[in-house]
Each structure stands twice: as C-alpha cells, then as structure tokens.
Write a protein that binds this ligand. Structure first.
Ligand code: FPP
Length: 235
C-alpha cells in the first residue's frame, strides 16, 4: 500500500459527518445514509490499521446529543452497534483491541454489555486500538474523570492524573483529527486528547470518504509543521 508516507499519525480520529446530507442528495432515507457511512467506516478503519499501520483509530459514532434524533434513526444506529459489537469483531479485526468511549449507563443494557464483553475479549491485544465513541461527550468524559479521581481520594491533580482517568488512558493523544462534510468544529469530541492535534476538513460527506481521500489527508499531515508551542531551531 501507500508505504511512501514517512510521517504517519500514531493516533487518528474521525468525526464521520454528512451521512444524512449524502442520503438526502440521493433521495434516500437518513438510515440508508448511515448504512453507507458504516460500510465506508469499516473500509477506512481497516485501511488505517492494516494498510498504513496506524496503531490507534478513534471514531465518533454517537454523541450524547444524538438521542434527540428521530426515533427510527436512533433505533437504526443502535441496531448497527448491536451487530458490530459481537464476536465477529474478533476475526474481522485481528490484533485490534476494542475500547468503548462514552457513558455505558445511558446506553441500552444489551449494548453496554456487548461493549464491555468486547473490551474484555480484546484486552490482551496490543498492536492496534479502536476507540469508538457511543453515547460520548468530551465534557462528560472530563466530568466522569474528575469524579473518579475524587472517589479515589486523590487530592492533587496534574495533566497525567487526568489523562490516566479518561476513556483513552494509556494512549498517546490524537495526532490527526478528520471531520468530513466541510464542517469545521469539534462538537464535543475528545476535547482533552486533541490539544495538539492537526485538523483536516475535507468537503466530501462521510460515505464518499474513500482510500484516495484518506491518502490525501495523510499526505497533507506529512507537510504540517508540528511545533507543539515551541519554535524551530535556526540551523
Ligand atoms: C453523522 O452524520 C453521523 C452520525 C451521527 C452517526 C454515524 C454512525 C454510524 C455510521 C454508525 C457507526 C457504527 C459503528 C458500529 C461504529 P449526520 O447524520 O449528522 O449527517 P448530516 O449532518 O448530513 O445530517
């Protein structure tokens, strides 16, 4: 595959936006937009791991605000999660550890259980990690972290203590955040983890985000000058 790319992100995150608009422009239902988006998602996740060897991929699949969508759409998405979070994951994604980001308490019990079971079943896998945000909010993630810190009796926090209590504990921060559809906002996704991420906003809707688009995003990432607040030394 595209091995000529030298500087690849260790952690790439996707806000998969535009399924609804993609469907509408074709006279399809929103659920069919999510169907197409899901099939695209599986391809892109596999390409990131097995094509480019990117060790961590994060996906914003369902926010705490998405419950306000029409019931049929929410049900469709919940059924997608039910199908996805089962044993077939183990074979479909060899060497991938699954990590649920989000509050399990707000999810239907069976989905919360499936997510937990899959996390347990893949806990020993250490080559790749797939973080999926379902019932996720970046602000809630911080609130949950702070409450856990308090419950543990910790009386002084620093950045490391907070990072250690996030859903992504033990993982490096996001290097590259991609949001499709031309929208240029974070929508409460991984607020802490994107502190020094590079952002990339392709205009296409998520179901149209293909291998070529992924390559373009990674190619653009090569050319970004990441200084992390410092300056480049003059030679
Ligand atoms: C954004 O498009 C997409 C979503 C809110 C949900 C996307 C979720 C999936 C495709 C399912 C993923 C499933 C698994 C198992 C990981 P939008 O509906 O907001 O698009 P619009 O802004 O054009 O209306």
């Amino acid at each position: 595959m595209q091995k000529e790319l030298k500087k690849l992100p260790k952690h790439i995150a996707f806000i998969i936006d535009g399924n609804g608009r993609w469907a509408k422009s074709r006279g399809l239902t929103r659920s069919l937009g999510h169907k197409a988006g899901f099939s695209r998602l599986e391809k892109i996740i596999k390409e990131c791991f097995y094509g480019y060897g990117i060790p961590i991929v994060s996906i914003y699949a369902f926010s705490t605000e998405n419950w306000n969508r029409p019931e049929a759409e929410v049900n469709y998405l919940m059924d997608l999660f039910r199908k996805y979070l089962n044993k077939s994951f183990l074979k479909k994604y060899p060497e991938v550890r699954f990590n649920h980001m989000g509050d399990p308490n707000g999810l239907p019990d069976d989905i919360a259980k499936k997510a937990k079971n899959l996390m347990d079943a893949t806990a020993d896998r250490d080559k790749f990690t797939l973080n999926i945000g379902i019932n996720y909010s970046g602000q809630d993630e911080l609130v949950i972290a702070v409450n856990n810190i308090l419950e543990e009796g910790i009386t002084h926090v620093d950045r490391q203590v907070i990072a250690d209590h996030l859903f992504t504990h033990g993982q490096p921060p996001v290097d590259l955040m991609i949001r499709t559809s031309g929208e240029q906002r974070l929508s409460n996704f991984m607020l802490w983890q994107v502190a020094y991420a590079e952002f990339y906003f392709p205009k296409c809707h998520w179901p149209a985000f293909n291998s070529r688009q992924l390559f373009k995003a990674l190619e653009e990432y090569q050319n970004r000058d990441r200084r992390f607040g410092a300056i480049k030394e003059e030679k």
